[in-house]
Design a binder for this molecule. Structure first.
Ligand SMILES: [Ca+2]
Length: 123
């Protein structure tokens, strides 16, 4: 039985091996402390071809958001980080596209092995 929320799953051929892969993106948003700072973390995992018996950790980016940033960005403390799959560059395989808390794009591709900035301006 699958115990994870299906909205945390994305599909694409990230690893370049036959078959679409399942990418799990589990977001955790902490409770704001008295000064209004909150930690947001994402746990990205991949199941190659959707067949692997377990998940392979991709990357677990995290950041802290302050109260002033929430006001500036007009987002609440519990917003979900937008995550998409697709081909966003010329490198092989699907990329994982993520907008961070400053609404800047980052993409992950298998050959880079980590998220890298994809935009200079906020979306
Ligand atoms: Ca694959």
């Amino acid at each position: 039985m699958l115990s994870d929320d299906l909205s945390s799953l994305r599909f694409g051929n990230v690893d370049g091996l036959a078959g679409d892969d399942i990418v799990l993106a589990r977001q955790t948003t902490g409770v704001p402390n008295p000064s209004g700072t909150v930690m947001i973390s994402l746990d990205f995992r991949l199941s190659s071809g959707g067949r692997a018996p377990g998940w392979t950790a991709i990357e677990s980016p995290y950041w802290y958001r302050t109260k002033s940033m929430m006001v500036e960005l007009s987002v609440g403390p519990y917003f979900r980080v937008p995550i998409l799959m697709g081909r966003f560059d010329t490198r092989p395989g699907s990329d994982v596209f993520m907008l961070d808390d400053e609404r800047r794009a980052n993409i992950y591709s298998q050959d880079r092995g980590r998220f890298v900035p994809y935009s200079s301006f906020r979306y």
